[in-house]
Design a protein around this ligand. Structure first.
Ligand SMILES: CC(C)(COP(=O)(O)OP(=O)(O)OC[C@H]1O[C@@H](n2cnc3c(N)ncnc32)[C@H](O)[C@@H]1OP(=O)(O)O)[C@@H](O)C(=O)NCCC(=O)NCCS
Length: 160
């Protein structure tokens, strides 16, 4: 397995992999109208792909963004936080270390530029146990916002 920076030529493979993940895991819950744009949200500072046997097996990116609640809860200034987004491994690659390797690459890059990674995850998703297993620190449980239709979310900060 190899993790490297995502290049533009990777995007078709990333979209195909995302499609598999959506069908298997409902991630993302709703299939985006423009999946390429969804994989490259505004503020993206870096993106990585994992390959297994030359086949695209996972993706992650970092986005320079933090909301006021994360700043207040962590005490880390907004300009020193960076969000892990669009993390997934394909169903065929699960349990093989792809998710860990992608997070390691993102966290190492964040450290190089002096930022602390954080992320949010939907309550009840298997990914919660994955982040806990990797030592991510639980920061906050966000109650569901029924009016906006947001589910209960958990916020995590990268391991020290
Ligand atoms: C969450 C996800 C990225 C994990 O990817 P993965 O490639 O299977 O993870 P890894 O193989 O690197 O696992 C790393 C460790 O976490 C553990 N782990 C992985 N998934 C787990 C789960 N669902 N429950 C408990 N532990 C889990 C592994 O056992 C491994 O521990 P070990 O090293 O002690 O054996 C993957 O399941 C996924 O893409 N899910 C759908 C999309 C999603 O939910 N993304 C996150 C959005 S917030």
């Amino acid at each position: 397995m190899a993790v490297r920076r995502r290049e533009t030529r990777d995007l078709p493979g990333c979209v195909a992999a995302l499609r598999e993940v959506h069908l298997a895991d409902r991630y993302p819950t709703a299939w985006p109208a423009d999946p390429r744009a969804w994989l490259d949200p505004p503020g993206t500072t870096g993106a990585w792909v994992a390959e297994v046997g030359g086949v695209l097996a996972g993706h992650a990116c970092l986005v320079a963004w933090a909301d006021a609640a994360v700043v207040a809860r962590t005490g880390v200034p907004a300009e020193r936080l960076v969000a892990v987004k669009r993390l997934f491994s394909t169903p065929a690659a699960r349990g093989g270390g792809v998710g860990r390797a992608l997070l390691d690459a993102a966290v190492a890059h964040a450290a190089q530029v002096g930022r602390t990674p954080w992320l949010d995850v939907v309550d009840g998703e298997p990914a919660v146990a994955f982040y806990e297993r990797l030592g991510w620190r639980h920061v906050e449980r966000r109650p569901a916002d029924r009016t906006a239709g947001h589910p209960v979310m958990h916020v995590y900060l990268a391991p020290r």
